[in-house]
Design a protein around this ligand. Structure first.
Ligand code: CDP
Length: 808
């Protein structure tokens, strides 16, 4: 006889929320059975490759494709002249600007797409690229946004009006021909007054350099136009497959039901695969022209040089406080370098993303933020590195400004934070720059973090180290990097978040099969985050079927419900909520079926882990498996057969995860070499669905933060040449550089999310970058350093030490 399981055993058997379920997708990935874009091979498939500009700013005088076309195996060479009759030589960007698909008379950044070669194989295409003769006439190059705002050189003639007039841009009036927008939030005059009257004001220019997320898999697609059925299938590395389908329909004129977009397995996205790139448009056109599938996959240099970058924000800040350290005001003016086209993927009303989270974790009564977007001769994009809608910039800015204020006040930076944190009872908290923080308990997290690392002990050790250094006993300094960040993720309420007019809801559709297993399809798409594992866990808890019996499917627009995709840690806050809500619809119907089967009123049964039981008579129950079967084999009066549900979830607010990080670093003053001795990361992402996956997300995000803070950079010379276009020059950390992370957590659920979960994927990057950077800066605080720019590579650190006179 089967032993009746206890409630706890039944809960464990589900593998639901809170358990460390192993990633179900890994069986596939670890055995080489992933299916990435480059694995897709369709009959007769051709290969595309780009002729790209060697210049950052030049007129395209002529393009001669004869020699390339004459090469055996070349099928077509497309230029802007070929695309112009179709109206496809330019395309809309996600930021309301437009971008050349292929160079239309000029180029605006090194690596810009000039012509698209289609050939029988990738090698022939690459050879033919060399045979396309392009005559350029070089133009003056602008790589500095401040110089661009002063220059007579017009980068975007297409945006000039009659007789040199300056029409408005997508986000209002423009001040200069190289200016894109001004975005202002908060109270300008009031903030100025607070600064004027303050006891102490700290001022600094905080530059967050240009970098790139460098996913291991580059961007690519396979376009396949079936001319007989009029159907276009587009496989691609898309973080938002439905949005791509809509964009392709709008620009190609192909009706949306005739377009199927499929995101197969994706080898890391980090925001790099959100945007629409010329490669997609050219591949679609080439497939339509040739009648066969066309594949395009970038190489590493193309990916680094031309696809969406991250940051490039020059943030001029002022922060004021009383002499006791109570912050009274924050002012920030940012000059944002967007490159040749404004192709950021921020929600329409937020041209600088959610930069207005820059008041951070602090109760700052008065604040003002202005952002000026500027065109330069660099690659466009700006929506990358764990995406972040500019939250990473904001966190870096405020966490540096607080450290600089601590120097100004001659205070301990941990204590300064503590006296300015938003208090637990102030939530929901209305920030001076317009957000309503949903929940938080910053003091508890901070105290836990400082205790875990023995903060006072570390400071004592650091003071001793300074003494020893001054006495000539050591050449190593010690930095203690502190950060308390507040994230904003889960875009977002449709009322204020849309991309290209598409409201940022998300969706889940569930079908329960008669035997009690299920499939759930979502509008999001995993790029390594483990959605197949975690979304099944949400459902297991909500509907009482084992996670192992639930398949999660994403990324096929023919089958998945419409959703806005995965970036900016929005999957859990939005699609995760949709999943829970769809699960609850299933449960509501299951309750009626159970009541019928148990011959009681609906209100007389209640859900219990994996079954409905009669209230007060727990021995009378129907398991969810039995209920699923009944849904398909019993004629139940007043209830339709089947057990399916769909939810489109429009979140009432975003979620505000937070974290307290501490980095302990030794720095060799003579070589600039850094050694991360300890990194402690406490994250609070509300209800934790899968602690093991969260830990993996934190490790990954911290490693990407380490990369950015300590060396990674897309650097340009004055001619606009990318100096870091290969992995020889672009720092990608390996196990060698990565420390042993200590992870920890507190749990402050989101009050508005159905399961209380907040996002987490982005958090460690957002918090990690300032923490590593603060450690470097802190090491030199005792020697008079206020602020030094990232990336803190060995050379820059050596230079800082040298400038401070520490080399003798
Ligand atoms: O949108 P994206 O998937 O990149 O980010 P996310 O929503 O922060 O989720 C990243 C991964 O962490 C997913 O597998 C989530 O289900 C998981 N997660 C979790 O287990 N618990 C949370 N509170 C938040 C995320």
């Amino acid at each position: 006889m089967n032993k009746e399981l206890t409630r706890e055993e039944r809960t464990d058997a589900l593998g639901g929320m809170g358990c460390k379920r192993k990633r179900v997708e890994d069986a596939r990935f670890t055995q080489g059975k992933g299916n990435y874009v480059d694995d897709i091979k369709l009959p007769g498939m051709l290969h595309g490759d780009f002729v790209r500009s060697p210049y950052a700013h030049a007129k395209v005088v002529s393009i001669n494709t004869d020699a390339a076309m004459a090469l055996d195996g070349v099928v077509a060479v497309l230029t802007a002249a070929d695309l112009a009759p179709l109206g496809l030589h330019w395309m809309p960007t996600l930021a309301g600007d437009k971008q050349m698909v292929l160079a239309d008379g000029k180029v605006l950044f090194q690596g810009q797409e000039v012509a698209y070669v289609v050939a029988k194989d990738r090698y022939i295409a690459a050879d033919a690229v060399e045979l396309v003769e392009v005559e350029y006439e070089e133009l003056p190059v602008l790589t500095d946004p401040f110089a661009a705002m002063e220059s007579d050189v017009v980068l975007r003639e297409d945006l000039m009006g009659e007789g040199g007039a300056l029409p408005d841009g997508a986000h209002g009036p423009r001040k200069h021909h190289n200016h894109i927008f001004t975005w202002e939030v908060g109270e300008k005059e009031a903030t100025q007054q607070v600064l004027d009257e303050a006891d102490v004001v700290a001022e600094e220019m905080v530059y967050y350099h240009r970098t790139h997320p460098c996913p291991l898999e580059t961007c690519g697609c396979v376009a396949s136009m079936d001319k007989v059925n009029g159907k276009l299938t587009l496989h691609g590395t898309f973080q938002a497959p439905h949005a791509i389908r809509t964009v392709v329909s709008l620009i190609s004129g192909i009706e949306e039901h005739n377009i199927r977009v499929i995101s197969p397995d994706i080898g890391g996205g980090f925001g790099n695969k959100v945007g629409a790139y010329p490669g997609y448009v050219c591949s679609v056109v080439a497939s339509i022209v040739t009648g066969v599938p066309v594949k395009w996959v970038e190489d590493r240099m193309e990916n680094l040089m031309t696809t969406a970058f991250a940051r490039d924000y020059h943030m001029h800040g002022k922060i004021s406080a009383t002499k006791e350290g109570k912050i009274t005001g924050l002012w920030c003016h940012t000059t944002a370098d967007h490159g040749g086209f404004d192709a950021c993927a921020d929600p329409t009303k937020f041209p600088a993303g959610f930069m207005n989270i820059c008041t951070g974790s602090y109760d700052i009564p008065t604040a003002y933020l202005a952002v000026d977007g500027v065109y330069t001769n660099k690659a466009p994009g700006g929506v990358s590195y764990r995406c972040s809608f500019r939250v990473t910039e904001a966190a870096y800015f405020i966490e540096r400004m607080v450290e600089i204020l601590a120097i100004e006040l001659n205070m301990d930076a941990a204590e300064l934070r503590r006296i300015n944190f938003i208090k637990k009872d102030q939530f929901p908290y209305q920030s001076a720059l317009g957000w309503e923080y949903d929940s938080g308990d910053y003091h508890t997290a901070w105290d836990k973090a400082l205790k875990a690392v023995d903060y006072d002990g570390l400071r004592a050790e650091q003071a001793q180290r300074v003494e020893d250094f001054k006495a000539g006993k050591t050449r190593k300094l010690m930095g203690i990097g502190l950060t308390h960040f507040t994230e904003i993720v889960g875009a977002g309420p449709v009322k204020n978040c849309d991309i290209l007019g598409l409201g940022m809801f998300d969706s889940c559709e569930i079908r329960i099969h008669p035997t009690g297993s299920a499939i759930a399809r979502l509008g999001t798409i995993s790029q390594g985050q483990g959605h197949a594992t975690t979304f099944a866990q949400i459902l297991a808890t909500e509907i009482g079927l084992p996670a192992d019996s639930i398949t999660i499917e994403e990324g096929d627009t023919d089958t998945a419900p419409y959703g806005l995709g995965t970036y900016g840690s929005r999957s859990t806050p939005v699609a995760g909520a949709a999943t829970a809500m769809a699960g609850r619809k299933i449960r509501a119907k299951a309750q009626m079926i159970a009541a019928y089967l148990l011959e009681v009123h609906d209100d007389d049964v209640e859900f219990d882990v994996d079954r409905f039981v009669v209230k007060g008579a727990p021995e009378k129950f129907k398991t969810m498996k039995e209920i699923a079967f009944a849904a398909y084999n019993q004629a139940i009066p007043g209830i339709e057969p089947g057990l399916e549900a769909v939810s489109y979830y429009d979140p009432p607010n975003m979620t505000y995860p937070f974290g307290a990080y501490v980095c302990v670093m030794d720095i060799d003053v003579d070589t600039g070499v850094t050694d991360i001795r300890r990194f402690y990361a406490l994250d609070d992402c509300g209800t934790r669905i899968n602690p093991m996956i969260i830990e993996g997300q934190v490790h990954g995000g911290l490693t990407e933060a380490l990369a950015v803070a300590l060396g990674q950079e897309i650097a340009y010379d004055d001619m606009g040449n990318v100096k870091t276009g290969t992995l020889m020059d672009f720092f990608l950390p390996t196990a060698w550089e990565v420390p042993n992370y200590e992870t920890d957590h507190t749990v402050t659920p989101s009050p508005h999310h159905p399961i209380g979960a907040k996002g987490v994927g982005e958090s460690p990057h957002v918090g990690g970058v300032p923490c590593f950077s603060n450690a470097v800066n802190d090491a030199f605080r005792a020697f008079g350093l206020r602020h030094t720019h990232m990336p803190h590579d060995h050379w820059r650190i050596w230079k800082t030490a040298n400038e401070l006179g520490l080399h003798g």
